[in-house]
Design a protein around this ligand. Structure first.
Ligand code: AMP
Length: 210
């Protein structure tokens, strides 16, 4: 099964992705995590996208689709994939469609902007495995340390108040239109109320997906 997980930055995609991965036994492909790894490793691609990512802007559609294709060609994606944070523009959705990658469902996590802003202000991310935490609502067991892999937790450089506002504006103008794209394609869109706990959101997803 090929699934797209979409929603505003901070809507809970990163928290739900590992849950979905286990539930469907299908790998998550997160372009954000892949690009952050490229930046950390100081690869050519990493150097190209570093500034754009730090400003909270979108990386070019061509680079994203190249990155995505090289990942989903790997054997573990043969029976399906869960796309996290991609497509992020209607053009990317069209490019994925042009590749004849059949999308079975779009899981759309809906969260109001004011809640998103509060969430992103306290977000912590594992620099190594990409797991996400929140200082108040979902703290790690040991301060500053990832529960899953034991590596250091960081505040993303794009999780600052101004950049959060810009990212939300970009989401509404460029990413939300993908819902219209998939509505026209008659792809199933599963709308989830993400203005609730991580566990409650997972329950809704399980009900709709299984
Ligand atoms: P994320 O972790 O999904 O919030 O992605 C972090 C950053 O990576 C974004 O703010 C963009 O700069 C870049 N990025 C990730 N996925 C995409 C995408 N599908 N299209 C454009 N830029 C992306």
């Amino acid at each position: 099964m090929n699934i797209i997980l979409t929603g505003a930055p901070g809507s809970g995609k990163g928290s739900q992705a590992p849950f979905l991965e286990k539930l469907l036994k299908t790998p998550v492909v997160s372009t954000g995590n892949m690009l952050r790894a490229e930046v950390a490793a100081e690869t050519e691609l990493g150097k190209m996208v570093k500034d754009v990512m730090e400003k909270g802007e979108l990386v070019s559609d061509d680079l994203i689709i190249q990155t995505l294709v090289s990942r989903i060609r790997k054997p573990d994606c043969r029976n399906g994939f869960i796309l996290d944070g991609v497509p992020r523009t209607a053009q990317q959705a069209q490019m994925i469609d042009d590749l004849h990658l059949m999308i079975d469902a779009v899981i759309y996590i809906d969260v109001p902007d004011d809640v998103i802003k509060r969430r992103l202000m306290g977000r912590l991310v594992c620099a190594d495995c990409g797991a996400t935490y929140h200082v108040i609502s979902n703290p790690p067991t040991d301060d500053g340390i990832c529960d899953i892999c034991g590596k250091e937790l960081i505040v993303r450089r794009d999780d600052t108040p101004e950049i959060i506002n810009d990212r939300l504006a970009t989401y509404h103008s460029l990413t939300e239109p993908i819902l219209e794209f998939y509505t026209k394609k008659r792809t199933r869109i599963l709308k989830i109320n993400g203005n609730t706990s991580i566990q409650e959101t997972s329950k809704q997803i399980r009900k709709l997906v299984l």
